[in-house]
Design a protein around this ligand. Sequence first.
Ligand SMILES: CC(C)(COP(=O)(O)OP(=O)(O)OC[C@H]1O[C@@H](n2cnc3c(N)ncnc32)[C@H](O)[C@@H]1OP(=O)(O)O)[C@@H](O)C(=O)NCCC(=O)NCCS
Length: 393
Amino acid sequence: MVSQFEYSQIAHPDEGQQLGNILAQCFLNSQDEIEPYFNRIGRENLRIIREGEQLVGGLAMITMGQWFGGQRVPMTGISGVGIAPEYRGTGAAIAMMQYTVKELHAKGVAISVLYPATQRLYRKAGYEQGGIFCSWEIPTQSIQVREQPLRVKPVVPINHELFHDLHQQQAKLNNGNLDRNQAIWEQVILPNDQEKLYAYLIGSPDQPQGYIIFSQNRENDGSSFIGLRDWVVLTTAAAKTFWSFLANHRSQIDKVRWKGSVFDFLTLLLPEQTIKQKFIERWVLRVIDVPQALEKRGYPLGIQAELHLEVRDDLLTENNARFILSVANGRGEVTRGGKGELTLDIRGLSPLYTGLFTPHQLKLAGQLDATETALLSATQLFAGSSPWMPDFF
Ligand SMILES: CC(C)(COP(=O)(O)OP(=O)(O)OC[C@H]1O[C@@H](n2cnc3c(N)ncnc32)[C@H](O)[C@@H]1OP(=O)(O)O)[C@@H](O)C(=O)NCCC(=O)NCCS
């Protein structure tokens, strides 16, 4: 890759300062907000791009995991991608993303995920739609769930470590959910200006069956809502308790908002379809290392199948090859070679891998080509619940 730009870690404190200035301007933040962000992420996880002596922009890497098929896949989240306005349109961002993807590959990372402000840029680095970030809203009066089988107990002060194990139990059953790292956890419990967060364990404190973390807010029109920061519901009793606890706020709170899957099972407990989608976005994923990514995720149990893939990847030549994925007992093994019966660009592999779209839908969208047998095997292997996550980074 020949580039006019140089990519590196931060070597001097003044580079951190300059990057802080650029990102503050890019994301309409104050300098005061950037400092804690850098501290949370860790300065060693920041990358910068320079043209000669001039710092042009940068980004942050967040090392964590993501659950697919009940297994944890090593994933690096990318956040804070920003280029100084005077350097925009010069190819700086795409150069930086390409360097980043190469660095992640060299480190043995399987996949990478980010929230794209523009898809065009990230598609050029091999990212494609992978899953959903979705927020729901319900009028509190309409929840109407009265039965509360479990007690709820306030958690004061809010220490996120108390919630890790419960979160893990839920996340591993939901394709696309994160194995959060410290930075993401800190973000979950970080109050915004003037905001007070409340946390409750659902069930007995020694054997909790879920939890709920929320703030109470007022809109400009005077109406009020509870905004759920995070929730976990592991049993039916916890699901009923979750709703009745929220419904008990109805004398003062007009609405409840939470993040969940597009097909949120919690809403099946409600008497009527009074939920409204508040917003929906799609995060994008890049398969960084094809064999690693395919071997690290889980597959449906009871399926024994072989899939012969041919992947095109212009950026990472190691991925630009034929692979055989052999699956048995819920796990996959990858060897190089094979007949290449399902051909696709590295981008097409993202929504196939996560299960966002079926192989048939991806074929219709021009993202892959396959023999009938390969299409059937891929449909069985990548079937699963719709991929989503409640976290934004
Ligand atoms: C988005 C941003 C990083 C792009 O930086 P840049 O250096 O101008 O991007 P590049 O010159 O490398 O462009 C790479 C490709 O993305 C496209 N692109 C860049 N910004 C785009 C935008 N806002 N909308 C649509 N396409 C865009 C370019 O057209 C180019 O594609 P092309 O070669 O096919 O024309 C920059 O505008 C920025 O810092 N914005 C403010 C912060 C932000 O939104 N960051 C993204 C967070 S996910």
